[in-house]
Structure formats: structure tokens, C-alpha cells
Ligand binder design. Sequence first.
Ligand code: FES
Ligand code: FES
Length: 173
Amino acid sequence: MSIIVNGLPSTLPQDPRVSLLDFLREYQHLPGTKKGCNQGACGACTVLVDGERILSCLALAVQYDGRQVTTIEGLGDDQGLHPLQQAFIDHDGFQCGYCTPGQICSAIGMAAEARRGVPSHVSADLTGAATLTREEVQERMSGNLCRCGAHNGIVDAIRETFTEDTGASETVA
Ligand code: FES
Ligand code: FES
């Protein structure tokens, strides 16, 4: 059984009880993905699996045999940071920084959902790509908690990076 983590094949644990979060942190030595609540309430453990955002604390590693997992360590490259990572810096989108990897992975998955036309609770139009207004971003990112005060900077960074992709007409606040 194998799993692709940040483009590299890795052997899954024999023990089927190991969560994907523990597999990444303890077996793969990738500490970027954070363990906050470990029960699906904070979003700190969010990673991308085949481009979809998931909570790795609620997933078993063995479920992801043959799948592509991307963590915060896999987003930048030798040429530089992912544009959203740079936007977080530009907008002071992190203060404690503990939630940052989950926020960034979640936002990338969220933007793809909006492009595909997946509506949120606050979407007025249920057809076509969603416009990432401030309200939409706040709603769609509500599973990722920032408790220290960087929330507005996080929303600004996400909107600056993704509003053009989704056809938003609003300027970034
Ligand atoms: S650690 Fe997974 S949601 Fe909090
Ligand atoms: S930046 Fe992580 S809790 Fe605020």
C-alpha cells in the first residue's frame, strides 16, 4: 500500500488505526500540518487529497492508498512561495501562525470548489462559478478557526489571490 505525499511515494502504516494527520506528522516527519483539536472542529489539520480539502485528523491514512496528498510543505517550490503564501505575508494573514497551514490548504480547495460552482450557505445564485465576495470567503472558510485576530488579513489574502479566478467584480478591501 502506498500514498503519494507532496509528489513522493510513501509506504502506508501497517496499523490501520493511524490517522492521516498522525501519519503525516509522525511517520513522514512533515510537521507543517497542525494538530489543533484532533476532532474535526478547528481546521488546523486541513490538507489536500487529489485537490480536495479534507480534515486529516478525521481520516485514516490507509483510506488514501494510491491517492495524492498535498501538505503545506508541498505548495511552494524552488522558484518561491505559492501565491497564497505570499499574500498571507503581504496582508499579515498570520499572527500566531498555528492555523496558517490549514487555512492555506483549505483556501486552495475552497477556490476550486467555487470555480466548479459548488454553492455555499450564503450563495444567492446556485448555478455557475461562485463569486468570492467577502461574505462567501468568510462562510466557506468558517471551518478554519483563527482565534488570535488575523482573520481579516486571511480573508484579504484569499480574496486577493482568488477573486480574479472566480470572476469577482469587487475590489479587495
Ligand atoms: S485538528 Fe483536525 S479539525 Fe482540528
Ligand atoms: S493566525 Fe492562527 S489563530 Fe490566528
